[in-house]
Unconditional design. Structure first.
Length: 285
């Protein structure tokens, strides 16, 4: 009798094809284990099998002037400290460095954190603001997924059961930032988070803006805020005015962590601070 016939089974493949072939019969991907193992222990969930991808070499980070390629298996601690990410994707480095605490960040992976699809995901908000593109690998090869298309809802993604998230691609940005509001500075889910990426001309006018907000069920773009920034010289007043429009795009969630009313008050402040930080200005909001 094979191990698949005895209930839950474990695989630790060394080749991508082997890993993808194993994703059947209700198998789940295991990376750092901080989400899946907790779910199994706390909620008693038992997948048909577990495929650990720690031997597939997905930890690599490579960067040039045009693209930062981050392996989905890179730990959040590595993402937070990597020089290329800190220089060209500062929002992501900041978000990775604020998630949980050091012990968790040393285990948790970027890919696992994105696929967990927690509401108000820190790294999800940052990658969304950075216009990231995800690479999912399955039997048909690689599939590119814009970060804006990843989430199908809380704890659900558009990655299919027979695919593995293998890489995150981000165009380097000179100006990006991330702001998190939580009950504690670590080991706390965010009440609200916000991230911004700006391109500002020599005249101080915002030429391009991408703003993401985590206040509802999943991180979302805030196009009304972006429209309020583009074509204007950035200063605290402009940032606050644009940020005040965030509730045109986002419906704050009401849950055990915070009320929708509280999030509706905090979200514009967090967005204004993220925008000002991305623009290199001191937040006064």
């Amino acid at each position: 009798m094979g191990d698949r016939d005895r209930g839950s089974w474990f695989r630790a493949p060394r080749e991508m094809k082997e890993a993808i072939d194993a994703l059947s019969d209700g198998a789940r991907v295991l990376a750092g284990g901080t989400d899946l193992v907790a779910t199994m222990n706390i909620r008693g969930e038992r997948p048909g099998g577990v495929v650990w991808i720690g031997r597939l070499g997905l930890e690599r980070i490579a960067a040039d002037d045009d693209l930062i390629r981050i392996g989905a298996g890179a730990s959040l601690a590595t993402v937070a400290s990597d020089p290329a990410i800190r220089a060209g994707a500062a929002a992501l480095a900041a978000a990775a460095g604020k998630l949980a605490g050091p012990s968790v960040r040393n285990l948790a992976t970027l890919g696992g954190s994105l696929c967990a699809a927690w509401p108000r995901s820190d790294v999800g908000c940052a990658v969304l603001a950075l216009d990231g593109v995800l690479v999912a690998t399955g039997r048909g090869g690689e599939r590119l997924i814009p970060m804006s298309d990843l989430y199908a809802g809380p704890r659900r993604t558009t990655i299919t059961p027979d695919e593995i998230l293998t890489e995150v691609r981000i165009r380097p940005a000179a100006r990006s930032s991330f702001v998190k509001v939580a009950r504690r500075s670590s080991f706390a889910l965010p009440v609200v988070n916000a991230a911004a990426r700006l391109e500002i001309g020599q005249d101080g006018v915002v030429a391009e803006a991408v703003v993401a907000v985590g206040a509802g069920s999943v991180p979302e773009r805030a196009p009304s805020v972006e429209e309020g920034l583009i074509g204007r010289a950035l200063d605290p007043t402009v940032a606050r005015e644009a940020a005040s429009r965030v509730l045109e795009d986002v419906t704050p969630a009401d849950d055990e962590h915070a009320s929708s009313w509280y999030r509706s008050q905090v979200a514009p402040v967090a967005v204004a601070r993220a925008v000002l930080a991305a623009g290199g200005l001191e937040a006064t909001a």
